[in-house]
Write a protein that binds this ligand. Structure first.
Ligand code: NDP
Length: 304
């Protein structure tokens, strides 16, 4: 950072959900003053009872003193929805401040938000994260950034509080785009691993043995190495990342490919499958529970 670079001591954090809360918790320990806002206030109060943080009554109040405001909401639509009105972010954000959106957002909305903020001298970075709840708790997330390179460098120390790998992917929207493709790969791995193991289970092959082989072979993935042993074979299916949010990510990925004119049958199909799984399993189901849909159709439980 240059000698005259703006200081970044106060951070406003909005959206203390499954991933936002463990991310925000790291900031005070890294020397930042933290002001939090959450739609359901109890979650903000709960965080402030365990780490050094002030609770704001409105998004505007969370932004007023902040050098950097971080948002982590379900979709870009909710982020855009927080901008306006007397209590909105735009009423509080100062010229020279930066809005870092850690939502897994859609690139078109991120560009629209960036343009509106830019008119007021406020910078914008889309900065989706990967690594899950555990990565957030450990402070080891991957953060994929879209925006001006100098702005990304300026906010890097803030992102380093919860991120281990912080990568500048390109202009505004580039972080969202890389994240959407990552999520499409995750979904395809989950579905394909579920189909394969359901087939093997039905044929009488032990799922644990099959995974042991696959994980020492070329078909392995994070899904086969971590998600299936920890969540499917154990039948634990912890709720850490909602299937509804993965469905949202897949819609972004499918739309991106269509808009780019790239033939993308796998991504489009994954989007359809996860949309149907969301309808079947509901808004609170975890993403790995999509495997239950395969199991039900197959009449078999993997690892049972
Ligand atoms: P959750 O559903 O757990 O939390 C959503 C948060 O957004 C809550 O704080 C909720 O407030 C708030 N919110 C929802 N709607 C509104 C609204 N209209 N106005 C204001 N606030 C609102 O989501 P996650 O924390 O899991 O995910 C957040 C983002 O991070 C998503 O884009 C997701 O795809 C991404 N992500 C999630 C990961 C995970 O492992 N969970 C991993 C990587 C990325 P309230 O408390 O009032 O409901």
């Amino acid at each position: 950072m240059g000698q005259f670079a703006p200081r970044m001591s106060t951070i406003g954090f909005l959206g203390l959900g499954a991933i936002g809360a463990p991310m925000a918790r790291h900031l005070p320990a890294h020397g930042f003053d933290l002001i939090v806002w959450n739609r359901t206030r109890e979650r903000a109060d709960q965080l402030a009872s365990t780490v050094r943080a002030r609770v704001a009554r409105t998004p505007a109040e969370a932004a007023r003193e902040a050098d950097v405001v971080i948002t982590c909401l379900p979709t870009s639509r909710e982020v855009e929805g927080l901008l306006d009105g007397p209590d909105g972010l735009l009423a509080g954000l100062r010229s020279g401040a930066t809005l870092v959106d850690c939502t897994s957002g859609d690139p078109a909305t991120s560009r629209r938000i960036a343009t509106r903020l830019g008119e007021r001298g406020i910078a914008f970075v889309d900065a989706p994260v990967s690594g899950g709840k555990r990565g957030a708790e450990e402070g080891s997330l991957t953060v994929m950034c879209g925006g001006d390179a100098a702005v990304v460098e300026r906010v890097r120390p803030v992102l380093a509080a919860f991120g281990k790998s912080i990568v500048h992917c390109g202009d505004v929207g580039a972080g969202d785009m890389v994240k959407a493709v990552n999520q499409a790969l995750l979904a395809i791995h989950i579905w394909a691993t579920g189909e394969g193991l359901a087939t093997l289970a039905k044929a009488g092959v032990d799922a644990r043995t099959a995974l042991e082989v696959i994980n020492a072979s070329s078909g392995r993935s994070n899904t086969s190495m971590n998600l299936f042993p920890e969540r499917v074979l154990s039948r634990a299916f912890p709720r850490t990342f909602r299937l509804a949010l993965l469905d949202k990510d897949l819609r972004i990925a499918a739309e991106m490919s269509r808009a780019a004119g790239v033939p993308s049958p796998l991504t489009q199909l994954a989007s359809e499958l996860f949309r149907a799984a969301r309808v079947e399993l509901g808004e609170e189901a975890d993403h790995v529970e999509a495997v239950r849909v395969i199991e039900r159709s197959a009449g078999v439980e993997i690892g049972a």
